[in-house]
Design a protein around this ligand. Structure first.
Ligand code: FEO
Length: 384
């Protein structure tokens, strides 16, 4: 596939993967992108996941039609991109590998070789002259590992952005970009908002017409839309007006309260309500919704004098991903000693910039007229 007359796509689609990075469901598979950039010399940008080595090498050979690549640029050492470095270096013994010093340390540990006699170590601002075009390297630590760098090709105004601007989903499936890019971002890069903001600033100083990420489609139109979303996400700002409700329920009474709240919110004019059953729905989707909207409602049964385990896991995910600057309302349920609200409050109050909306709704076993009225009151408070 031609990206331009001198940049070629040689990535692969994976529809066999069960969990990406060992935890994320990917109903539409995953793409591991790789690109061939042709000047007088030829650079290949990153490799692909282990199982696709032969397919990837075959695509490179087909694009180059007898010509040999001179460089393998390794922007990121996570194995979904680095697993075929050895195969490439064996297939092209004249080629050199280009990466940051940290990446070479990782290469030695992962694959037992750091190619001391066949490598170019680069740092921020270094350039690789391909003849007719120059690749400039931009370090991007913690987006999403410490060794990451991005690459800018001024000749084609292309930014190769490693994991940034990537998404879940193979490229042979049509789907909305933002939904799976947001789930990917908050799950994988979300903790590192400051570092993403830093790299967005560096990209902002460049004339970029095309973004080539390591997952998801090449972005070459409406770049302001994608950059705008990344800027919102990296700053932990509210993307969409609305309320996310995350609930756990044992016998359905807490679920009933959560659904009643959703109905009352909609009736009160809330523009969007996203409801997640934390025991049954995708946890990464619930995390994504928590970051997307400005208000989060946590509704949990009491369990072992604490919140329900799925709620605990959810709040740990939010804390781990630097959840911040949101309003949070609490709904608890308990038959003899409700304790979930106290436990949830302690977790969210330890996060930065969280405003807990009072009062807490405390249900005793099942909804009553009194707690139904409190749920209605909570809905009207949240839409104010
Ligand atoms: Fe797509 Fe952080 O690897």
């Amino acid at each position: 596939m031609n990206i331009t007359d001198s940049i070629f796509y040689v990535g692969v689609n994976d529809h066999d993967i069960d969990l990406f990075e060992g935890q994320y469901i990917v109903p539409n598979g995953m793409a591991y992108n790789s690109y061939v950039v042709v000047g007088e010399k030829v650079a290949v940008m990153d490799s692909v996941e282990e199982r696709f080595g032969e397919e990837w090498l075959g695509k490179i050979a087909e694009v180059l039609d007898g010509k040999k690549p001179d460089y393998l640029v390794v922007q990121h050492m996570e194995p979904d991109h680095s697993a075929n470095i050895t195969r490439f270096m064996d297939a092209y013994p004249e080629a050199q590998v280009v990466a940051t010093a940290k990446a070479f340390d990782m290469m030695e540990r992962f694959y037992g070789a750091a190619y001391e006699d066949r490598r170019i170590i680069v740092k921020e601002g270094d350039e690789l002259d391909l003849g007719g075009r120059v690749l400039k390297f931009i370090t991007a630590p913690m987006v999403h590992w410490p060794e990451v760098m991005m690459t800018y090709d001024a000749a084609s105004k292309t930014a190769f952005t490693a994991d940034a601007f990537g998404k879940f989903g193979a490229l042979d499936v049509e789907e909305d970009w933002a939904c799976e890019a947001r789930r990917y971002y908050f799950g994988i890069v979300g903790k590192f908002g400051k570092q993403v903001q830093g790299v967005l600033k560096k990209l902002g100083a460049l004339d970029v017409e095309r973004i080539c990420p390591l997952h998801g489609p090449v972005l070459d139109a409406d770049l302001g839309y994608y950059l705008g979303l990344y800027s919102t996400w990296a700053a932990y700002e509210v993307e969409t007006p609305g309320v996310a409700i995350a609930y756990c329920s044992i016998y359905g009474h807490t679920a009933e309260a959560a659904k009643l709240l959703a109905e009352e919110l909609e009736a009160a004019g809330c523009p969007k309500v996203a409801l997640s059953d934390l025991a049954r729905d995708d946890m990464a989707e619930a995390v994504e919704d928590a970051f997307r909207y400005g208000t989060l409602v946590l509704a949990s049964s009491t369990y072992n004098a604490d919140m329900f385990p799925f709620m605990k896991a959810f709040l740990d995910h939010l804390a781990d991903h630097a959840y911040q600057n949101r309003r949070v309302a609490l709904v608890e349920n308990g038959t003899w000693a409700p304790a979930a609200a106290k436990a949830m409050r302690a977790k969210v109050e330890a996060m930065k910039g969280i405003e807990v909306i009072e009062p807490v709704v405390s249900i005793k076993s099942a909804l009553s007229d009194e707690t139904r009225a409190q749920i209605k009151e909570l809905a009207s408070t949240l839409v104010k």
